[in-house]
Write a protein that binds this ligand. Structure first.
Ligand code: 4FV
Length: 251
């Protein structure tokens, strides 16, 4: 997976991405990161890349030409047109399924805006998809790009030491992950659930599945709609709901 980030703050992207797990994956050649400074493509003597919005209003808008030139400096070196994502609150909501979808791409261009946004004409020209990481407004698209790159990178083979762990993440098959514990067995008087010390793999797996179902039911019941539930899962959830409604009647 080759990431190409068009940004006014290349260091922010590099410092964030070239650390920890994604940094090691870059060292191993599993991922590559190219940052392109949009300001290098400024077309005026003041080195500016933004201007006042037509029609008035607060703030500044990033101009089309420097953004387009920055994009073309990348696309002209690639064998085929890369998928281009623009980080925007107006975009498709990013989630685990989208991370898995994007991980199939060989090349990914992420366009980071600043100020009030980018001239619509260049977005129409080069952007395949606007992507939002949430319903709030950031000062720039760089943090959104880092979130997306991180979640996508985890889906690329070899990036995670234990391939299996990506399969048991929260949101995998639409269920939240079970609780995790590590040494010591008792911490400040709180013991690890005994089932996890039993060495009985099947029972541990059953307990973990039930914990995922319980957490999802209590914290994100909306996810259950899209979950692939077995007969045992449905039986567990029915019994859970009965016990919960029984508790409601007592209160
Ligand atoms: C954002 C989000 C976001 C809006 C104006 C960058 C900022 C500035 N990106 N999910 N929420 N972007 O707030 O992706 O250009």
């Amino acid at each position: 997976m080759n990431f190409h980030v068009l940004t006014l703050f290349p260091d922010m992207i590099r410092d964030g991405f070239e650390t920890s797990i994604t940094g090691k994956a870059v060292e191993k050649g599993l991922l590559t990161l190219e940052t392109v400074n949009i300001r290098d493509f400024s077309v005026n003597k003041h080195n500016r890349v933004d201007d006042y919005p037509y029609g008035g209003g607060a703030g500044m808008v990033m101009q089309a030409e420097p953004v387009c030139l920055a994009y073309e400096s990348v696309a002209s070196r690639l064998p085929k047109k890369p998928k281009v994502l623009y980080m925007s609150p107006q975009g498709r909501r990013f989630d685990q399924a989208m991370a898995q979808e994007l991980a199939e791409e060989e090349e990914l261009v992420l366009l980071c805006g600043h100020y009030e946004g980018i001239d619509e004409r260049v977005l129409e020209e080069i952007v395949d998809e606007e992507v939002s990481i949430g319903d709030y407004v950031l000062t720039g698209g760089e943090l959104a790009a880092l979130v997306i790159m991180d979640a996508v990178s985890r889906m690329v083979g070899g990036v995670l030491h234990n391939e299996e762990s990506a399969q048991f993440d929260s949101f995998h098959d639409n269920l939240l992950e079970y609780p995790q514990y590590s040494r010591p067995e008792v911490w400040r008087g709180k013991a690890v659930p005994p089932i996890l010390l039993s060495g009985h793999h099947a029972n541990v797996e059953k307990w973990r599945r039930e914990q995922s179902l319980l957490r999802t039911r209590m914290r994100r019941p909306d996810l259950l709609e899209g979950a692939a539930l077995t007969k045992q899962d449905r039986r567990f959830l029915r019994e859970l709901d009965q016990s919960l409604s029984g508790k409601d009647e007592e209160t």
